[in-house]
Design a protein around this ligand. Structure first.
Ligand SMILES: *[C@@H]1O[C@H](CO)[C@@H](O)[C@H](O)[C@H]1NC(C)=O
Ligand SMILES: *[C@@H]1O[C@H](CO)[C@@H](O)[C@H](O)[C@H]1NC(C)=O
Ligand SMILES: *[C@@H]1O[C@H](CO)[C@@H](O)[C@H](O)[C@H]1NC(C)=O
Ligand SMILES: *[C@@H]1O[C@H](CO)[C@@H](O)[C@H](O)[C@H]1NC(C)=O
Ligand SMILES: *[C@@H]1O[C@H](CO)[C@@H](O)[C@H](O)[C@H]1NC(C)=O
Length: 766
């Protein structure tokens, strides 16, 4: 009896202890090692195998993070490198893309759900394939679920509705092909629903209107059909992204708090509701590529926060009133490919230096950007008027007659004026070309979808930035003592630099440029204003400019002075050549500088619309301030000097031209110089051919890596940077990494270095 009781107690205690022994954190727990095995040992988890401390103390990397609370794992994030690139997926393993045939999503999720305390699960780009098993709901504490960029298909299991704590569901970039879940309203705390890039086919369930906590709905690139329900009950909603679906209703009223509305490439029809013109928080509105008709509400253009307005490729008719005023933040308008007639108000006529406007493919009476014959728009415009009644019909006939007479008259006048206006048309063409050129690379829809982030980045950038102003030439002469040779700082590829002292005592750097007369002053101002909008903590700020067009002679060209903040401490190139020990830049210092610059370039590419490319990145152009914070100069000049450029590089081999223009490639060179020290100008390509291979071996590294780097870096940190450098310098542009990638790798390298440095510190003190 005593004996059997003893067994019972033993048995019970063993049974009761199972859950907690599994959570014991003294070593990477068995469960994590099992997950690693299921995921077929992705390199991002190598550290789990070799680490024998407390897993909760393991520092996070960009690709892996484990967070504990009271010794329970509450957060697990793994980001693999299996990026989905196939367009066809039929539900079976694909070699080198998905995990292997023997992977079982069922066993994987079974193991995962034994980590019952998990609140955050993010398993991205790991090649996970199969239908999502319903037992995932056993993670009843889960608040954030992100399974983006895998190969999951089928439906989202309804059992998810029992995970009432869910706050954010992200399943972007999978192959889910069922209906959209209609039980989401049982998730009373849901704020983010992101199911982009799947194959959901169904209508949008009306239950979605009851989840009043939602802030973000992103369902773009699916096959959703039917009606868009009235979402105005969603008072917290800030982002609605339904691009590229097959929705075909009228547009309903929208919730007042929306900041971003992206509905392009659907089949929406009917008028744009007047209510859209009252969305006072709205910043980005994209309704392009639909069948919207009627006249667009004028109030859309003057919304207080509107920045981006795209109504292109619809069947909008009527004219835009001359009295219309544009919102002060409006930077991009596209009304092209509609059936608009009449003139354009001055804030949209392409002459405004504040915004980019595309209006081609209409029947506007503006003589630029490919306007079509009036007859093309006439039918649509007249039909709509006829539908209002016969009386109006008669009126229209009269009006049309009058209009015809007027048109004939106007045509005569137009022909007479044509000559005088040709200069202006030319400018508009140039500018619309600038916009178009950049929009192919710059304004991607992904950028827009992340508009909230951008708005933040832009705001961050403008904080405390002085407004850009126009200087008088006299002011600059005074500041530089008539461009005295003592103030001369040097001559770069873009003209001479002078140091000046303004009346209020602040120092500035003044760059003088000579531009071909091809630019008109008006066009130039417009480009300079674009440039002055770029504010970032790691960009040398443009304080103002001065255009000197006193030289009327065509052969001289226009002299332009750009006035920048003065950064006092020399450039990165000089520091890299430094032999004085006080000025040595340790490896960790170099990482901080290149990370700052990478952030700035990332901002130039994506943080503003249109993006700014070809930023002439080189170590000479990275200036250091008194705190050794790196700031990029010479950026964005392509915006104003592209014409000169074209003449200069004519005759060079096309390959080197692409390289010259590619920021990633040039940034690779900056990284290379950070590793090996300055490379003599012009010897870069030769160095690449002869020496890159040396990075592969320890001996080679010892030979070519700058000794200051060798003695201050951890091998792991160095390897990360060597690897990303050689990717940036890949001869094949398409295989070079994105700037985001570069930035992530550098930040990771910096983290690794910081960890190594603190280890070393504690070693030497103990
Ligand atoms: C983990 O870190 C905590 C606090 O930093 C420390 O007290 C503990 O000893 C560490 N555990 C192990 C196994 O390293
Ligand atoms: C979903 O996709 C899988 C895998 O391609 C396929 O087997 C299944 O029939 C599809 N289901 C539907 C409803 O289309
Ligand atoms: C998969 O990758 C390996 C090594 O990267 C390569 O040898 C093999 O040919 C690839 N297989 C396919 C089907 O692409
Ligand atoms: C919803 O979130 C709030 C605040 O974050 C929290 O207090 C509440 O417990 C959550 N509700 C559920 C069902 O988890
Ligand atoms: C619009 O969507 C279709 C698929 O629905 C796609 O093929 C097409 O490229 C899209 N057009 C644009 C301009 O994005």
């Amino acid at each position: 009896m005593w004996r059997s009781n003893w067994f019972l107690i033993l048995y019970l205690s063993w049974f009761l202890c199972i859950p907690s022994t599994q959570e014991l954190q003294t070593h990477p727990p068995q469960l994590l090692l099992q997950l690693r095995k299921h995921l077929e040992y992705p390199s991002q988890l190598d550290i789990w195998g070799s680490y024998n401390g407390d897993i909760c103390n393991l520092s996070s990397t960009l690709h892996m993070s484990v967070v504990c609370e009271d010794n329970f794992i509450i957060e697990l994030k793994i980001k693999g490198d299996k990026v989905v690139t196939v367009s066809e997926f039929n539900g079976f393993a694909i070699p080198n893309q998905t995990l292997s045939e023997s992977f079982s999503i069922d066993s994987f999720v079974t193991t995962l759900t034994r980590l019952t305390s998990l609140r955050v699960v993010s398993l991205v780009s790991l090649g996970i394939w199969g239908p999502l098993p319903d037992k995932i709901h056993r993670l009843y504490s889960l608040e954030v679920l992100d399974l983006s960029s895998n190969f999951m298909f089928g439906s989202v299991p309804p059992q998810l509705s029992r995970m009432v704590k869910l706050n954010s569901i992200t399943l972007d970039g999978n192959y889910f092909n069922g209906s959209l879940p209609d039980w989401l309203d049982s998730l009373s705390n849901l704020t983010v629903l992101s199911l982009r890039n799947n194959r959901f086919k169904s209508q949008l369930p009306s239950s979605i209107c009851r989840i009043t906590t939602l802030t973000d709905i992103a369902l773009s690139h699916n096959q959703l059909t039917g009606k868009l329900p009235d979402l105005s009950t969603l008072t917290s909603l800030q982002m609605l992204d339904l691009r590229e679906n097959k929705l075909d209703s009228d547009l309903p009223a929208m919730p007042e708090g929306l900041i971003t509305i992206l509905l392009s490439n659907n089949s929406f029809s009917g008028n744009i509701p007047a209510q859209f013109g009252h969305l006072s928080k709205l910043q980005h509105l994209d309704l392009s590529l639909n069948h919207l008709s009627g006249t667009p509400p004028s109030s859309l253009f003057s919304l207080p926060n509107i920045r981006y307005l795209n109504l292109a490729s619809n069947v909008l008719i009527g004219s835009i009133p001359n009295s219309l005023s544009c919102g002060s933040n409006l930077g991009f308008v596209d009304i092209s490919s509609n059936k608009l007639i009449g003139g354009l108000p001055s804030c949209l006529d392409g002459m405004s230096n504040k915004r980019a406007v595309k209006f081609g493919g209409n029947c506007l009476s503006v003589g630029s950007q490919n306007q079509l014959q009036e007859s093309y728009c006439e039918t649509a415009n007249i039909e709509s008027k006829q539908s209002r009644g016969r009386m109006v019909g008669i009126l229209v006939a009269v009006v049309t007659g009058t209009v015809l007479v007027l048109v004939l008259l106007a045509l005569g006048v137009l022909l007479l004026c044509r000559r005088n206006r040709s200069g202006r048309t030319f400018e508009q063409n140039i500018f619309s070309k600038v916009v178009q050129d950049n929009s192919t690379t710059g304004v991607s829809s992904e950028v827009l979808a992340n508009a909230r982030f951008i708005a933040q980045a832009a705001k961050l950038g403008t904080q405390g930035a002085p407004a850009c102003r126009v200087f008088a030439l006299e002011e600059l002469m005074e500041a530089t003592n008539n461009f005295d040779s003592l103030t001369f700082m040097g001559e770069g590829s873009n003209g001479k630099m002078y140091r000046g002292r303004l009346e209020n005592g602040t120092y500035v750097a003044i760059r003088s440029l000579t531009l071909l007369k091809k630019h008109s002053i008006q066009n130039l101002k417009l480009r300079l204003d674009l440039l002055s909008k770029l504010h970032h903590p790691h960009l040398v700020g443009l304080v103002g400019y001065c255009i000197d067009n006193s030289g009327q002679d065509d052969s001289v060209g226009i002299k332009v002075f750009l006035i920048y903040e003065y950064v006092s401490n020399g450039n990165y190139h000089a520091y890299l050549s430094e032999t004085c020990p006080e000025k040595f830049l340790k490896w960790s210092d170099r990482l901080v500088i290149v990370i700052g610059v990478a952030k700035a370039v990332h901002f130039l590419h994506t943080g503003v619309i249109p993006g700014t490319f070809n930023n002439r990145l080189k170590t000479n152009n990275i200036l250091l301030d008194e705190h050794r914070i790196g700031k990029l100069s010479d950026y964005g000049l392509a915006v104003i000097t592209d014409e000169i450029e074209k003449i200069e590089v004519k005759g060079e081999a096309p390959k080197s031209r692409t390289n010259l223009e590619d920021d990633v490639y040039n940034f690779g060179f900056i990284l290379l110089e950070s590793l090996v020290g300055p490379i003599v100008t012009g010897k870069g390509e030769a160095f690449l051919l002869n020496e890159m291979a040396s990075f592969g071996s320890q001996d080679g590294r010892r030979r070519i890596v700058d000794p200051i780097v060798l003695t201050t870096c951890s091998q792991e940190s160095l390897s990360i940077v060597v690897s990303i450098t050689s990717k940036c310098l890949s001869p094949e542009p398409s295989t070079r990494p994105s700037f985001e990638d570069v930035l992530w790798n550098l930040q990771y390298a910096s983290q690794v270095q910081a960890a190594a440095d603190s280890d070393q510190k504690s070693d030497s003190t103990s």
